[in-house]
Design a protein around this ligand. Sequence first.
Ligand SMILES: C[S@@+](CC[C@H](N)C(=O)[O-])C[C@H]1O[C@@H](n2cnc3c(N)ncnc32)[C@H](O)[C@@H]1O
Length: 228
Amino acid sequence: MFQSVITPEMHYDDWAQHYDSDVKGWGYHAPDRIMGQLQSVLRYHPHRPAVLDVGIGTGLLSGKCRSVRKDCHITGIDVSSRMLDFCAQKQVADDLYQVDVEQDRFPFEEGRFDIVMAAGLMEHVGSISSALREMARVTKPGGLIAFTYIPSLSQLTREQLSKKLRPGRTPEGRFVLGDLNIYRHNPERVKTILGMAGAQQRYAERFVGYRTYVVVTVPYDLFVAQKL
Ligand SMILES: C[S@@+](CC[C@H](N)C(=O)[O-])C[C@H]1O[C@@H](n2cnc3c(N)ncnc32)[C@H](O)[C@@H]1O
């Protein structure tokens, strides 16, 4: 079977410059869905909320967070230095670090953040247990963890999706999806890993994440948990 040699870091370094305009054209709204669940907590938080955006990319989710609560302290981590460069230009985050969530321990102490969030990241992470455990570790007791992932689906839907996820190009000829591995995760497993890391599910929903130029319809699950 064909195994991609393209890493997420290479893919996103290459894509960074066009990322915002491409995903806008796809109707990508994972950041809106996540913010829909977090906004009241952010808005009424009694002190300046400390937020971690995991896989911050160019800062689409953090930008929404900032518009809900101007004074929140946003820390972003991402594997792609080019995505971090574009994010830094937008000045939505207070601190940015280059971190590979599959390999690295997050460079923060336990219980540092009120909110830990990730949009559009988990489908690039083959082994999610370490990333989810780290997300739970750095969340304060009572704090929230909110993220999207592509759920594993029935065999039939999986076959249809993998056919559609073959390499494709934008009208301009750039590769957009299919040149790297996309991972789907089992909702029960996601819940179990977080439960064992001390975070309990509070909310879940499934929605259409985006539709690409190569006519891929990508389902997302949104998961919100609270650190106990
Ligand atoms: C689809 S983009 C989402 C960016 C942003 N959260 C948003 O919603 O627009 C996925 C991001 O995850 C980052 N990423 C992928 N694999 C990663 C890893 N192993 N560790 C850290 N970041 C990773 C990519 O570099 C990219 O910026």
